[in-house]
Design a protein around this ligand. Structure first.
Ligand code: RB5
Length: 150
């Protein structure tokens, strides 16, 4: 896939099966996976898992994060409440590529009830292999900090 990364991953009950598959593929590719669960079908609350993944990235314990819930929406909302997180809800390869290239996204959220496994694997590959382009995007990302809007 790319150089070895530390990838934090988490899901609620709606995303657990896809999360487990993504974690296995990441490990097979030689990446270090920090799997924050959930681990089974019991109903859980997606903000708890977004918090765990985003905390690991904020503390620089992981390079990138992957969140999966039923739609990806709840996870992306929860993740983007963290100041150091730029999370994109992606359901196709093009947006996965462009959010790394232009937004320097450090987390992606996916909806396991929205996309199939093969699409999710292609998204993961695009997210991990695309480089941030920098340049004009640095200025725009700096403006995402609320302090710079005041
Ligand atoms: C759980 O039923 C569902 O609400 C959750 O997985 C997610 O889709 C929320 O955004």
């Amino acid at each position: 896939m790319t150089r070895s990364l530390i990838v934090a991953i988490g899901a609620d009950h709606g995303g657990v099966l896809l999360k487990n598959r993504l974690a296995a593929v990441l490990a097979e590719a030689g990446h270090q996976v920090l799997d924050f669960g959930t681990d089974g079908p019991a109903s859980v609350d997606y903000p708890d898992f977004a918090q765990a993944v985003c905390g690991a990235i904020t503390r620089a314990e992981a390079d990138l994060g992957v969140l999966v819930c039923g739609t990806g929406i709840g996870m992306s909302i929860a993740a983007n409440r963290h100041p150091a997180i730029r999370c994109a809800l992606v359901h196709d390869v093009t947006t996965a590529r462009l959010t790394r290239a232009h937004n320097d996204a450090n987390v992606i959220a996916m909806g396991a009830r929205i996309i199939g496994e093969e699409v999710a694997l292609d998204i993961l590959n695009a997210f991990l292999t695309t480089k941030y382009e920098g340049g004009r995007h640095d200025r725009r990302i700096a403006k995402l900090n609320l302090e710079s809007a005041e």
